[in-house]
Design a protein around this ligand. Structure first.
Ligand SMILES: [Fe+2]
Length: 445
């Protein structure tokens, strides 16, 4: 297997430009701020992206020296700690933005040089075999861009500058009638074959084929309008609807509504990336997994498992499985709300050309879909040599799999086997859900 040097350079250029634009939207006085308490300050990430590229491809892959050993330790790794005291601080005084950007330019030069001229595919080196390190850095950056986008989402509006070309919020229509469809029993292929995939993260391998019994799934993601009924029915005060961890979070944090909702002058608004939006009833609700589960119980339903998501998104009546919900064509702007086309969600059902074989909408884009599946390796999992702790640090029984993608998910990351994961009480990400039920389900509460 070879790697297309020019395509890699082009992808790298898109990644770096998008990151630069993201950091440019933050006002200088917010550069060292920490919009999400459990994450590093903003400046860390502008150093982390180029440092990760050097550490992964230049040092670990090519076995060469780095650019700045102190930076390559300081900016080595992001965090996902239990609580704020564990978040700590990577440095008492961060380098200036100018210094961080100067390092970034050096790093970019080294990476471009590697993509152009170095032996970045070597089967005698596990980090370079099949271009592993190159793909690792090319996908790492857009993944961070998504987490940075939802971090920026929490910044006060006066701490960010809206880029001129940003589209405004898509005007809210009336939410479609809620409806579910039957997905017949069949097999779902999770994961990917390591011999055939161009690239995947370690948790995507190996193939894992599951028999999925019949179930019924909501055609649309749960909308803000539907979720409002749950809020108004006192859903956040009903102990029996919540798991223990979710209840602790709701009661301890005084959570009474989705994080993206704000109340002003007696009316609900949605906190958009660049502006407050009058309550968009037809947009998918963005919530934590705990909230999604509580709502599902309130409805007498449940969240889909990862295998049910696969069956709903990629299965078809003739038994074959598709690469994307709509078929084999690569993702484009007609198929869903992804690849940074919109800063916020759009009404559910806006992309009929993206429906799955069963007529289910928005399974890719417009918000990650929470599943009930605890994040773990498929049978036969092995950590990846280019980034050994990528997944294993999170096999702790506390993280849940999400599938699909959000407005801030790059199109390259919409491949079928890609898995995302977060703690059940993490409310910041662009994640929604839909409910399922099946004849074997016992309704609780
Ligand atoms: Fe990272």
């Amino acid at each position: 297997m070879t790697i297309d040097r020019q395509a890699s350079l082009d992808w790298f250029a898109v990644n770096r430009r998008r990151s630069r634009e993201l950091f440019d939207t933050v006002t200088p006085d917010a550069y060292e701020s920490r919009p999400i308490p459990l994450r590093n300050p903003i400046c860390f990430y502008e150093g982390h992206l180029p440092a990760f590229n050097v550490n992964t491809l230049v040092k670990r892959g090519l076995g060469e020296g780095g650019i700045d050993p102190a930076y390559e330790v300081l900016f080595e790794r992001g965090i996902d700690p239990e609580d704020e005291s564990a978040a700590g601080n990577g440095a008492s005084r961060w380098p200036s933005r100018k210094e961080i950007q100067a390092y970034g330019e050096e790093s970019d030069r080294a990476i471009r040089e590697a993509f152009l001229n170095k032996e970045i595919v070597r089967d005698d080196n596990p980090v370079l075999a099949r271009g592993l390190a190159a793909y690792t850095i090319l996908e790492h950056e857009p993944m961070h861009q998504e987490t940075l986008r939802y971090m920026w989402h929490r910044l006060p509006y006066e701490k960010k500058v809206r880029p001129a070309a940003t589209p405004g919020p898509v005007v809210d229509g009336s939410p479609p009638a809620s409806r579910s469809v039957r997905v017949p029993a069949g097999k779902a292929t999770l994961g990917a074959d390591p011999e055939r995939a161009v690239f995947g993260w370690d948790n995507e391998f190996p193939l894992c084929i599951v028999d999925v019994p019949e179930f019924e799934m909501d055609v649309h993601d749960t909308t803000n309008a539907e979720y409002l009924e749950f809020v108004e029915d006192g859903g956040y005060e009903k102990r029996e609807l919540w798991d223990e961890e979710g209840w602790e979070w709701v009661a301890g944090g005084r959570v009474r509504h989705p994080l993206f909702w704000e109340r002003h002058g007696g009316a609900w608004f949605w906190r958009g990336m660049w502006e407050l939006v009058p309550f968009p009833g037809s947009w998918p609700v963005y919530v934590s997994c705990a909230e999604a589960r509580a709502y599902s119980r309130w409805k007498g339903k449940r969240l889909p498992s990862e295998a049910e998501y696969h069956r709903a998104a990629f299965g078809s009546a003739d038994g074959s499985e598709r690469s994307y919900p709509w078929g084999e064509e690569p993702p484009d702007e007609t198929r869903g709300n992804f690849d940074f086309a919109n800063p916020d969600p759009v009404p559910v059902g806006s992309f009929p050309a993206g429906r799955s074989a069963w007529g289910i909408h928005d399974l890719a884009g417009n918000g990650w879909e929470w599943t009930s599946t605890v994040f773990a390796g498929f049978p036969g999992f092995t950590p990846m040599p280019s980034y050994p702790v990528y997944s294993t640090d999170f096999f702790d029984g506390k993280h849940f799999v999400l599938k699909g993608g959000s407005p801030a998910t790059a199109k390259e990351l919409l491949r079928r086997s890609l898995r995302n994961w977060f703690r059940g009480n993490y409310p910041y990400l662009y994640a929604t859900f839909r409910c399922v039920q099946s004849s074997g389900d016992r309704v609780i509460g």
